[in-house]
Design a binder for this molecule. Sequence first.
Ligand SMILES: Nc1ncnc2c1ncn2[C@@H]1O[C@H](COP(=O)(O)OP(=O)(O)OP(=O)(O)O)[C@@H](O)[C@H]1O
Length: 249
Amino acid sequence: MNKLEVNNLDLFYGDNHALKNISLPIPAKQVTALIGPSGCGKSTLLRTLNRMNDLVEGVKINGDVLFEDENIYSDIDVKQLRMRVGMVFQKPNPFPMSIFENVAFGLRAQGEKDKKVIDATVEESLRGAALWDEVKDRLHTSALGLSGGQQQRLCIARAIAMKPEVILMDEPTSALDPIATHKIEELMDELRQKFTIVIVTHSMNQAKRISDKTAFFWMGELVEHADTHTLFNHPVDSRTQGYVSGEFG
Ligand SMILES: Nc1ncnc2c1ncn2[C@@H]1O[C@H](COP(=O)(O)OP(=O)(O)OP(=O)(O)O)[C@@H](O)[C@H]1O
């Protein structure tokens, strides 16, 4: 089943035609990787999936994105959409508050007051982000005291706490060292059991290691998408072949 479906999507930043007639199914409870050279539109496409581009002035979007068959570019509640389709950014961006409060933040903003519910959700989310054991004795210390890798897992916990159905990740490990990267990649395996994940990555090896499906972009076009193994081993288009073999990009 497809959780999301992008249909004939065009996006313009002013005169810049950044996404050209993109159609891409995104299957539920799988990891879909978006790859391609810098500037090809990966992050732009990712941001269309929870309407983050709405915040950019002068943006124009044609086509639609179906989320469980409902067009998210129709008259919908965007705040609710962003709760169902959460996002983790390239640079870990914990709030300057305690570890606990970072994870509780969204719940409190939604009006949750029950301490038991908040405590339980914080623990469950930190466990879900494979961070609980490392922070359980320092929950009320500043999140800014965590390492970069821990901060990124905290941001994943913060996203999970909102009980999203989809998690969008924009190069979530590019600011991390190999060990922290490995931890996040291990975590992805757990996350895919519960969530639909779409990840932008510059690392072809990362896409190979963690994704079920891969989509290759080139200058605003979606050149080809397939099962990850097929895309890397039997690409159809010569541009994909050149990119995955490391000839360019
Ligand atoms: N907020 C914005 N305003 C105007 N133009 C933008 C904006 N964001 C991206 N663009 C332009 O849209 C095109 C696609 O950029 P995008 O960031 O989506 O590519 P990308 O493949 O994610 O690149 P990278 O791998 O370097 O992050 C580029 O030409 C870029 O300059």
